[in-house]
Design a protein. Sequence first.
Length: 351
Amino acid sequence: MIRPNRQHTLALTAFLSAFLLLLISGCSAGTDNQAAGTGTTPTAASAASNKDVTIRVGQTGWGNLELGLKAAGLDDTPYKVTYNVFQGGNLILEAMAANQLDFGVTSEIPPIFASQAANGGSFKIIAVQQGSTLNQEVVVPKGSSIKSVADLKGKKVAFVKNTTAHYFLLKMLEEAGLTWSDISPVELTTADGLSALISGKVDALASYGNAIISAHQNEATTLASAKDILSGSFLVAASDQAIANEEQKKALADYLERINKFNDWARANKDAWAQITADNTHQPVEQALKTYTDGEAQRPSRIVAISDEAIKSEQDVADTFQQAGIFDQAVDVSTFWSDALQDQLPAPASQ
């Protein structure tokens, strides 16, 4: 069960916030009174932060957070933000363990593996980003004789190890009455897996995102979709150091609120956001717009508080990997979830 954070009294919080707000107002002459273009008064968290505070943000694939907040006029943070781009959530958590990052968003998978490192990976899950589960599929080339997941028996199947693709492939095989040993799994990156599928080196590909979109552009067809297997929970991780630092924790709370405001802006300006996405991911703008529109129609992007349901979902992922022999023993995922920002985040939307 999730227990409310009672570490600080309301009176002390109110006093500190008011005191620091007076200091900031006197020094900055109110330059941070509103988020540009939003007409929204900053939160107590942002008012209590200052330019001596820094949060180091990891982004996956491209600079979507940095560019998104800038486009929405929400990058005028009263604290410093630095950005780095990584090619996977596992790399974000590796950097966090090395004290190089304070914040990042991953799928449910990387935290399970990161938690097995020294000091439990030096991170905690502090929030959940609800999002789309589209474009997570097993695909086969045009003209393939494979018509069902059961037909994958004895076939070469490319997949991305220790990712959602690995998880949903395990689930699909189980539902079809197959085990991992019934296929010939080929561990590849998203790009290499796509190339292997197109060139005929593998019989099927379990992947996600642009790899699946590109596969369809090369006339691959969907064998099975994971849209109803995956939870749509993307986990917001913060470093133990940042959570323990009161000023950084306030900055994190404000930053999460800004992401939600950006998501609102993107839904209201989907053409502009699709153009930014296309420019930075090197895809046709029409494709970027369709991917974004379809995803938001299925499950709008939104940062929410952690919940028992979200923890249970990740526990199922961990149990699936353990049962497949990837872990020697069971992993209790609740050990790396934290309610440090629970009272400052909206409740989860019903699915």
